[in-house]
Design a protein around this ligand. Structure first.
Ligand code: SAM
Ligand code: SF4
Length: 361
């Protein structure tokens, strides 16, 4: 018997979940009602973090996930294997801070061994704040990690301390240096553009990335902070970012974005590029191919989705409902419930109850 997926949801105007019907079965592509084929699974390994970025987590009062609710490496591997059988080709490890997980090398080793139905290797990436990366990079590489995105919003130690509420810029820089010295490519650096924090230093961040053979990707700040301080009127927009960069480089759009969140521009004709992820002012939901697994086993079909699809019964159920087929059924229910877009601009928009650290960026 296949377990009936449990949906935890907060209703939202225009939410058509009630009418959604899961299609297909194990091995069929994960296609939603709008024809979007899903190929990318973001796997959050923990909600804990070594930093406290203001746009992501509160300084204090975090309600951490119970340790017993965090998926084990066996459970993560199982979800990933079932997803790969139905067309997922990229796994991105995230969090919270994935490098805080004591078994991170084993997680990478297990996931990198998964193959697509055609026998191809999986694209295995990680988003990290870089702390502990200098010591872990070589074991991660040996375990099969394919590429890295490292977050760095400012190069100024004082601003870094204010933004992250931790005095650990040197450790982040050491992690970036280790990644630059390795053969993991493409290497990407992520920076959330923020007024009064780094909007006067966007060019410096690109120069820093270029000096490390990395691509800088600016991210528009999204309403995902636990403190609910996000303000559309004062956020730094894609067009402001491009205006700032245009004072230094000639920017030429790079075609062929596909489902990627970042729009790319060549700098002075290339080959160097810069990217902008403009989720707020230029949403790319129409091409979204991503699914998210939280550290406590909830599937989300969008960063902003009001509902979650509970995989725990399919993973930990004591009876015969806990099978790969039941995992697949939850994946399909999640895909079937996906809305056309995130509707940040809709008056009925509700910020997710989980902060970004507990969803997985
Ligand atoms: N701790 C890791 C890190 O910081 O790279 C991985 C998790 S973090 C949630 C993933 C990405 O989400 C980071 O690049 C971070 O800057 C971004 N992020 C977090 N909160 C955000 C927000 N409110 N708006 C835009 N990006 C955000
Ligand atoms: Fe931690 Fe990443 Fe969130 Fe910063 S953005 S608090 S590093 S999870």
């Amino acid at each position: 018997m296949v377990a009936v997926p449990v949906i935890r949801t907060r209703p939202r105007r225009g939410d058509e979940r009630a009418r959604s019907v899961a299609t297909g079965g194990p091995g069929d592509p994960l296609v939603d009602r709008f024809g979007r084929v899903h190929r990318d699974l973001r796997i959050s390994l923990t909600d804990r973090c070594s930093l406290r970025c203001t746009y992501c987590m509160p300084e204090q009062g975090n309600e951490w996930l119970a340790r017993t609710s965090i998926l084990t490496v066996d459970e993560i591997e199982r979800v990933a294997r079932v997803a790969a059988a139905s067309g997922i080709t990229t796994f991105r490890l995230t969090g919270g801070e994935p490098l805080l997980r004591p078994d991170i090398v084993e997680v990478v080793r297990r996931l990198s061994a998964i193959r697509t139905p055609g026998g191809a290797a999986i694209d295995l990436a990680m988003t990290t704040n870089g702390i502990r990366l200098a010591e872990l990079l070589e074991p991660l590489r040996a375990a099969g990690l394919g590429r890295l995105n490292i977050s760095i919003d400012t190069l100024d130690p004082v601003r870094f301390r204010e933004l992250t509420r931790r005095d650990r810029l040197d450790e982040v820089l050491a992690g970036i240096a280790a990644a630059a010295a390795s053969d993991l490519r493409p290497l990407k650096l992520n920076a959330v553009a923020m007024r009064g924090v780094n909007d006067d230093a966007l060019i410096d961040l690109v120069d820093f990335a270029l000096a490390h053979d990395a691509q800088l990707r600016f991210i528009e700040q999204m309403p995902l902070d636990a403190g609910h301080t996000w303000d559309r009127a004062s956020m730094v927009t894609r067009s402001e970012i491009l205006d700032a960069l245009s004072t230094r480089w000639r920017l030429t759009p790079v075609p062929g974005r596909g489902g990627a969140p970042a729009e790319k521009w060549a700098l002075d004709g290339g080959p160097a590029t810069v990217g902008v992820i403009a989720s707020v002012t230029a949403p790319f939901c129409g091409d979204c191919d991503r699914l998210r697994l939280t550290a406590d086993g909830q599937l989300r079909n969008c960063l902003f989705s009001p509902g979650e699809y509970d995989l725990v019964p399919a993973l930990r159920g004591a009876d015969r409902t806990a099978t790969d087929t039941s995992v697949d059924a939850v994946l399909r229910a999640c895909i079937a419930g996906k809305l056309p877009g995130h509707a940040i601009d809709d008056p009925s928009f509700l910020q997710p109850t989980r902060g970004m650290n507990a969803i997985g960026g």
